[in-house]
Ligand binder design. Structure first.
Ligand code: CTP
Length: 424
């Protein structure tokens, strides 16, 4: 199934219009948080609860947080032909929580309430976030329904595993609202295909500089931000090459992965890739600035404990690859800066100085004070560009990934249109 965002249907904020369907399950209360995330991000959201959902969350809550009156009953507002108007006016429908009953009705195309009617009139992407007890999720009827909905092109998210209503625990929890929000963002960006036919190189994780066969100098990078960037670039249609050092998580399926260990290996891999003229490079890896001047082939023994560890500088990979191209031409290169200050002005000054010193097109500045950011899911960064524009980005690392990738796509489009003008 091919889905397109139609420009004529964009909301007043130019962001996709979302229908948030809510079914009657205990997890309905979490849909309120999802609604908050969507409206805060600027989406126009119409909430369509089933009548059973309103047993769990009151209509005023949905109305106050969406800023719109709610229609839940198929028989309300006949003159507006609500199910058709809403269905064809939406850019995306997300149903969270989606109950076993609702998925069964959706599978068979039943139109027994307003939400299921809207689903039948809609042509936009549909994302279902199921929530139910493990036995219901694993029942052959539900398995068959999920398969059938997926075959139809609906995105059915996997439920989380953990405590369920009552004393039981297992698979069936509604995914966290932030996780659902991230899946929706990926869907929006996939539809725009902003990086279609582009080759993007991303570095991720931390380098390890050997001292002897047992010991190395490393850092606390988990690789999560680099992987999130790769996921965002893949969702935007790019061919992605991920050059990784040590990581705590798996790279995303779909990216071509080059495993490296030391900064020297990462440097070699990245300069080799530059020969292939990628469209963009994002240096999210935490590269060691120093390495042991001598590597010992044998394990350094306890008896050598007074030996000083002599260090020598490594190559600055980002500076080196930036030097290989003219600023403002392809590849567009975006670096990351790890700084320890909680003061915005300091972060901007440090980030701007680093951006100028490295010669990149933009830099993403992180405050790494206390080391809390390493391995964490959420983050807060500043994206600084050569013209000194500063854009704050916050939320999950995937959200930062989408925002950085989105800006990279815009910069690439600008470079291409400039070079077209020069040719004319
Ligand atoms: N970087 C690099 N090669 C290095 C060190 C850093 O390519 N040897 C890159 C990182 O991948 C990142 C950017 O440079 O994109 C900034 O890294 P950061 O650690 O914040 O700064 P440093 O250049 O190491 O400077 P300092 O440690 O003094 O802050």
């Amino acid at each position: 199934m091919v889905w397109l965002l139609q420009a004529s249907r964009l909301s007043r904020t130019n962001l996709p219009r979302v229908i948030l369907g809510v079914c009657g399950g205990i997890a309905a209360y979490k849909s309120v948080e999802l609604l908050r995330l969507l409206t805060r991000a600027g989406h126009e959201v119409s909430v369509v609860p089933t009548l059973n959902a309103l047993r769990f969350v009151g209509q005023p809550t949905f109305e106050a947080l969406s800023g719109k009156s709610i229609k839940a009953n198929l028989w309300d507002g006949g003159a507006d032909v609500t199910h058709v108007a809403e269905g064809i006016g939406a850019d995306l429908i997300v149903i969270a929580p989606a109950t076993a009953d609702f998925m069964a009705r959706a599978t068979h195309g039943l139109a027994s309430d307003l939400l299921s009617n809207i689903l039948l009139t809609a042509t936009c992407p549909v994302v279902l976030a199921p929530a139910m007890h493990t036995q219901m999720w694993e029942h052959p009827a539900t398995r068959a329904n999920v398969e059938s909905l997926r075959n139809r092109g609906y995105i059915v998210l996997e439920p989380d595993t953990g405590p369920l209503t009552g004393t039981d625990s297992g698979k069936g929890r509604l995914p966290a609202p932030q996780e659902i929000f991230d899946a929706l963002q990926a869907q929006f960006h996939a539809n725009t295909g902003a990086l279609a036919a582009r080759h993007i190189v991303i570095s991720a994780g931390g380098t390890q500089e050997d001292w002897d066969p047992v010991r190395y100098i490393g850092n606390r990078s988990s690789g999560k931000q680099g992987v999130a960037l790769a996921r965002a670039a893949l969702a935007a249609g790019a061919r992605v090459t991920l050059v990784v050092g040590h990581m705590d998580i798996d790279p995303p399926a779909g990216a071509e992965v080059i495993q490296t260990k030391s900064s020297a290996e990462m440097h070699k891999a990245l300069t080799g890739l530059m020969d292939g003229q990628p469209d963009g490079v994002i240096m999210a890896a935490a590269v060691a600035d120093f390495r042991p001047a001598q590597q010992s082939a044998a394990k350094i023994k306890k008896a050598d404990r007074y030996q000083n560890l002599e260090l020598e500088p490594t190559i600055d990979i980002l500076t080196d690859i930036c030097r290989q191209r003219v600023l403002g031409t392809k590849p567009i290169i975006i670096g990351f800066a790890a700084e320890t200050s909680g003061i915005r002005e300091d972060l901007i000054a440090l980030g701007s100085a680093k951006l100028a010193a490295k010669g990149a097109d933009a830099i993403v500045v992180n405050n790494v004070s206390n080391g809390e950011i390493f391995g964490s899911e959420n983050t807060e960064v500043l994206l600084i560009e050569v013209d000194q524009t500063v854009a704050p980005i916050l939320g999950s690392k995937l959200n930062v990934g989408h925002a950085v990738v989105h800006r990279l796509a815009q910069l690439l489009d600008q470079v291409d249109s400039m070079s077209r003008k020069i040719k004319i």
